[in-house]
Design a protein around this ligand. Structure first.
Ligand code: ACO
Length: 311
């Protein structure tokens, strides 16, 4: 009977039907979605930290308003995604416990520091640019709640990417010092942005099954290549140099070839040894502990309302 259910499930996926929370699904499909959606939610929440660092120091009111809105959007994305994960039968407390204990991952990219204002531009341009490349196909993911959440998230990510690029443009067209700051941020964020797409296809443990289940639509390497192809001309327009001496356009394929990624750096970050791993988890743990009274008050309030409704 299990085999028949599996077969029927795969037929539905192949026919591009959306799988909904109450539908039968293989345990592995559920587990993979919980892993990926919660990792994604954690990334949004931890991702608020490097940029939040600059809210009080944004150089103009206009920049501050945009940055505030962007960081707030990220908080919203995280909550939206936790809700999507909860439809699979896990609780938010459990998911947050996994983040704080180090059992659950979040994106490697958020373990780098943001020492200058140009980092805010580079994050918007490169990190959100990479996120869009990876996330637009997720709007067609086979799991309905995740796919629907991604539609709104991608619209907002697209605004984030533009604000980052516009910020980089202002710096690149500014004083020599501002341009140097923009180049320095590009130098530091370029390779980590390429790593965001995950290990190479040969090393990617989950890709083939995820593609068969239509959770993923493109492989890590395919998306990384698309990102490079889209971003190199943008760097040229800014008058900045991508920090890769091996980067060149292959006239036959129409794609950019690029140098080798330092996977040792990526693996060290995944093990918790990146420049900011400890600081990020510490900040999240403090937020969780400091927020305990709010959660307790919300539960007490809900209980009171229930009591009142019964009277
Ligand atoms: N940072 C941290 N961990 C990563 C990263 C990364 N950039 N890329 C891959 N990994 C982890 C995977 O989670 C997996 O670990 P696990 O088995 O312990 O969970 C392992 O490396 C092997 O990778 P893959 O087999 O390629 O894993 P998967 O098929 O899940 O692909 C990917 C990874 C592309 C990140 C996928 O999970 C995905 O598309 N997630 C949704 C998007 C997302 O999470 N974006 C977060 C950053 S964007 C933002 O928030 C602005």
């Amino acid at each position: 009977q299990e085999a028949a259910l599996q077969g029927r499930f795969q037929e539905r996926v192949d026919a591009e039907e959306k799988i909904e929370p109450r539908d039968w699904m293989p345990d592995g499909y559920r587990r993979t979605l919980v892993r990926q959606i919660s990792q994604h939610a954690h990334s949004e929440i931890v991702g608020m930290l490097p940029e939040g660092n600059w809210i009080t120091r944004a150089p103009t009111l206009r920049r501050k308003v945009a940055l505030l809105a962007k960081v707030q959007d990220e908080g919203g994305h995280g909550l939206y995604l936790y809700s999507a994960a909860e439809t699979l039968g896990v609780s938010r407390d459990e998911l947050i416990g996994q983040l704080l204990s180090g059992k659950a991952k979040y994106s490697s990219i958020f373990n780098y520091p943001t020492p200058t204002w140009a980092d805010i531009g580079a994050i918007g341009w490169l990190v959100d640019g990479a996120a869009i490349m990876n996330q637009v196909p997720l709007c067609r993911c086979s799991y309905g709640p995740y796919a629907r959440a991604m539609v709104r998230i991608c619209r907002e990510e697209s605004f984030h990417q533009r604000q980052g690029y516009e910020l980089m443009l202002a710096l690149a067209q500014g004083t020599a010092e501002q341009k140097r700051m923009a180049q320095d941020a590009l130098n530091r964020w370029w390779w980590p942005s390429l790593m965001m797409f995950g290990p190479s296809d040969e090393q990617s443990a989950h890709s083939s099954q995820n593609m068969a289940w239509k959770i993923k639509r493109f492989s890590n390497d395919e998306l990384r290549q698309r990102f490079v192809d889209a971003t190199v001309p943008q760097a040229e327009f800014l008058g900045l140099t991508i920090p890769d001496p091996e980067l060149r356009l292959n006239a036959e394929t129409g794609h950019y070839e690029f140098g080798a990624i330092d996977w040792t750096e990526f693996n060290e970050i995944l093990k918790g040894n990146g420049p900011c791993n400890r600081e990020r988890i510490e900040a999240r743990r403090k937020a969780w502990d400091d927020g305990a009274w709010v959660r307790e008050a919300a539960v007490a309030h809900a209980a009171k309302r229930r009591q009142r409704a019964l009277k």
